[in-house]
Design a protein around this ligand. Sequence first.
Ligand code: SF4
Ligand code: SF4
Length: 482
Amino acid sequence: MRTDFTAEQLADPDTAESEKILRTCTHCGFCTATCPTYVLLGDELDSPRGRIYLIKDMLARGESPSADTVKHIDRCLSCLACMTTCPSGVNYMHLVDHARRWIEENYRRPPAERVLRRLLGTVLPRPGLFRLALLSANLARAFARLLPRRLAPLLALTPASAPPPSGTDRARVFPAEGEQRMRVALLPGCAQRVLAPEINEATIRLLTRLGCEVVIAPGVGCCGSLNHHLGQEAAALAFARNNIDAWERERLAGSIDAIVINASGCGTTVKDYAFMLREDSAYAEKAARIAALARDVTEIVEALGLPKPSQSAGRRLRVAYHSACSMQHGQRLHRLPQALLNAVGFETVEVPEGHICCGSAGTYNLLQPEIADKLRERKLANIAKTDPDLVATGNIGCITQLASRSSVPVVHTVELLDWAIGGPEPVAWRRYAAQRRATAGISNDKPSAETPIAVGVNQPAPPEASCSPAAPRSTQAIVIGS
Ligand code: SF4
Ligand code: SF4
């Protein structure tokens, strides 16, 4: 693509980087077919190629963008399906990240939108505030009709209650069981630890049982991705620097083999710290070191090897594996989580249109609820075609998005791996199993707007807790290929 930035514009490192990216695009349009917003809306301006043109014009003009340009860029999910499809290697992620920063700095949004975005960027990354907000949401629900319409999706996706804080929330060291084979720092996350503390608990049980010492470094917090995707760069970089400092202290004190992340959206961001801080002379080197240590939890499980499944494994559960966009497109990890699940006895099935986003995309489902709802319904309809017992994925955003309307449990991949090698049943599966047993044979309710979308409704009521797919005694390791 031809560009005509001035020398003065190119003196800005972000513009210079975006110019390089723009020049790699050949306008071939291959990316349009896999872009969820283009597939849904059919508008070229809601396709990657259309947005690339809009971003080029916006940056070249160097002025405040029009409301229309902002609308089409806001509709982008940052799902990165276009990057997987693009034959020319266009780094759309860095381009749209720059565009979001530009909009944030040069465009004045309507007041309600400004307040909502500020609220999301302040509350969600801070577990204490987020927990408080969940309590206030119950109060807000009682006055829902008096609140601005923009807050409705926020309330709809907010759970009625949050689990109590977990012992894994605090900075501490979880020693390896048996011989220590690795020492890793776990990113405990922000919203995830409030909404589903069982994910960190399962991760720690799984890794320590596989011979890993797991450290939660003092001071570590949100990875910054929520603010990053809102274009709130100062806040995003402050979170990144904070984590880099925390992990560097830990690395210097006792060495770290890896930084483990169990939310693929966060993993994509931590792996990008080197790029995000490339112009910061005080942090560039440290950021590159930390980014190089970042791994999705499944990469660490693969490196450690899983115990061999026991011969007395219970019934094989059919798991629809939902490959989160940040996992498959952002980190290019797709087969590995499924291979691990297969290795411990689960039958995994690919979801049709698996490359299309479920609509979660960080805060997207709160800011673009209509498109997000359509994508969720499409995803759940595709999942239903596989008639699964449950759904597994590696990202809390997708779990929250899908579970809110799914008729079968949606769990994290590590919860299944942990269960298979001796941990407890995943919380969502246990609740579902109890409910199905209680209502087996008597539930013929007519679907309504609030009824969960039927996914795997033909499944019989799950048996008692002994249905764990595998409970191996052996510690013999098997190696899983990615
Ligand atoms: S596929 Fe790549 S090169 Fe082709 S239009 Fe899309 S981004 Fe540009
Ligand atoms: S990131 Fe996703 S939504 Fe955005 S342009 Fe690319 S494919 Fe479309």
